[in-house]
Design a protein around this ligand. Sequence first.
Ligand code: GDP
Length: 408
Amino acid sequence: MSNATIIDEKVLNECLNEITRALLQADVQFKLVRDMTTNIKKIVNLDDLAAGHNKRRIIQQAVFNELCKILDPGKPSFTPKKGKPSIVMFVGLQGSGKTTTCTKYAYYHQKKGWKPALVCADTFRAGAFDQLKQNATKAKIPFYGSYTESDPMKIAVDGVETFKKENCDLIIVDTSGRHKQEAALFEEMRQVAEATKPDLVIFVMDSSIGQAAFDQAQAFKQSVAVGAVIVTKMDGHAKGGGALSAVAATKSPIIFIGTGEHMDEFDVFDVKPFVSRLLGMGDWSGFMDKIHEVVPMDQQPELLQKLSEGHFTLRIMYEQFQNILKMGPIGQVFSMLPGFSAELMPKGQLDTSNPKLMTDSRIMRIARGSGHQVHEVMDMMEEYKRLAKMWSKMKGLKIPKKGEMSAL
Ligand code: GDP
């Protein structure tokens, strides 16, 4: 769309097809994508738009808003209150990150002044109790479980009673997971829910489960009253499009995302950056924050100017490497930028047919002169070409000023 001079029906359709492909690749369910594009065609009436209106902007905004809408089904069915005992039950498939997320959730609230406690009602997986115990001990959170009792309902009820007496205000019950949806898991989960009467049931979903997300989430919702969703492993390769399906299937919002294995790698869910990344539009505000954080004030305008010009020289690389590398792994930083999605930058994506920037003899001279190995100079050139290619995509992009960032 950015290459087209006139935005007509054809361009809009091409644009929507491209977005459809991107979303399907990000594991968004086909039906959701189809409904969204139908809605957009209704919203964006090209004939009605007066000349001079920024049609691109309107289409872009419509896509963005529709995705945000899918991800915003309202508030969770219950929000725990400090000082009042609440029971929160976690459900999900084995390996989804359920046990880890229970501790992260407890730890997050503990830091905010709550008095959380963990109950391990997972009697199916050997080692589940040990894992919870280890995590809980590390975070100094009280826990309850048993090595001998095999009835998850009994453990759950005993645990909840114990912590109610101890005036814990957030009692978290971890339930069994299985390899796939199966009747026994759902029946057990239903019974634990019936016995403990949780105020909130949280469905934990691995961001990489892909197109299976809808059926999986729906199956859980049909057995227990799921009221919120947590998406884990957002630090991985998956864009997490399955999360839209989970929201649609459970009619519950995502409340947190897991971004790593550690206890504090856990963030409150924020819909706008999530959608930006899903579309490969980048998280401008995150990127600008990083720039403001690590690039010295006096260099900031210059760097942004260079980014928008799209020129990238070895000298810029040298000057900016110091700053940019401080921003974290280069891929992570670039993935925040509009137009860069992770797959744009796989290793070795280098276009070898690029005009040779340096002859062999020049590379050898540079290596000798700088006291480096020839392969080191060649590695640097490879890195340069890779970055230059990414950088060139910035050309012509309007870098938002601070006030404009909230527009997207
Ligand atoms: P459960 O079977 O659902 O209880 O899953 P676990 O809590 O045992 O987690 C399974 C694996 O996923 C473990 O190796 C966790 O460390 C890992 N894990 C959980 N959450 C995240 C996350 O947000 N990011 C990453 N990278 N790993 C995670």
